[in-house]
Design a protein around this ligand. Structure first.
Ligand SMILES: C[S@@+](CC[C@H](N)C(=O)[O-])C[C@H]1O[C@@H](n2cnc3c(N)ncnc32)[C@H](O)[C@@H]1O
Length: 229
């Protein structure tokens, strides 16, 4: 078995909830494999590391030795995650911090992975980049966490100074979910991207069950005055 196939097989075994890692396997590998040497991937909502593992597979596929993945999560089990994990025959207490399970799952992958436990609404990329990164620029953002207005706006306000036009890719893994399921409060990111279509170019709709999308940052001023009907 080839080197890369071996790691992909390990990644497939990590439990994934919602339509995270497993549903976005090819796209995660594809975009991570395009991140340049010394580049950075910033992921929101890795949970037990399924999506992270496919990102790591992409880095390994590219053969680059110095790409960093930074995974941001609250790392705490709530009732919904507890219920979804039962389908994988995994029992975790509500309130359990799952950071150590994340690290155990990612241990086999020879890729630099760091974590942050500051929530998406509060994270400051500048501080992380100063401490851990060889390049402060962000080449790939993957969001599989909370797609409401406050965390989404904060994500773009905090991160966009570190984007590079025509290079940085944004993957929003739950992008079409709110629209398709008619869950009005979960479709903010669609309105946000509609209001910013000159700044972010849609480059891929990731097919069901993912319902995610990928965008290329083109540069320009981001509009946060997003109208929601
Ligand atoms: C649906 S799960 C992600 C599934 C995962 N990507 C996979 O491949 O299995 C959502 C994750 O987002 C995290 N999360 C939700 N809201 C967050 C926030 N505001 N800040 C940081 N993490 C958050 C949760 O703790 C959870 O781990």
């Amino acid at each position: 078995m080839g080197f890369y196939t071996y790691y992909r097989k390990i990644a497939k075994k990590i439990p994934s909830i919602g339509f995270g890692g497993r549903a976005n396997e090819d796209a995660l590998i594809n975009y991570a494999s395009q991140v340049p040497e010394n580049g950075n991937i910033l992921e929101f909502g890795p949970f037990l590391g399924s999506s992270t593992a496919f990102l790591a597979c992409g880095v390994l596929k590219s053969g680059r030795k110095n790409v960093t993945i930074c995974s941001v999560d609250n790392w705490v089990i709530n009732e919904s995650y507890q219920r979804q994990l039962k389908k994988h025959h995994i029992e975790m207490e509500i309130g359990h911090n799952f950071r150590s399970e994340f690290f155990d799952n990612l241990k086999p992958f020879p890729v630099k992975i760091i974590i942050s436990d500051i929530s998406k609404e509060e994270i400051r990329w500048g501080l992380i980049a100063n401490h851990f990164m060889s390049d402060e620029k962000i080449h790939l953002v993957v969001d599989d966490s909370d797609n409401h207005k406050i965390p989404t706006d904060h994500m773009f306000q905090n991160l966009s100074p570190y984007f590079t036009p025509n290079v940085t890719i944004i993957m929003l893994l739950d992008f079409f979910w709110g629209k398709v399921k008619k869950l009005r409060d979960l479709d903010y990111q669609v309105d946000f991207m509609e209001a910013n279509k000159e700044v972010f170019q849609l480059i891929e709709c990731i097919p069901a069950p993912s319902l995610g999308a990928a965008f290329l940052y083109k540069g320009g001023k981001i509009n946060y005055e997003v109208k929601q009907p």
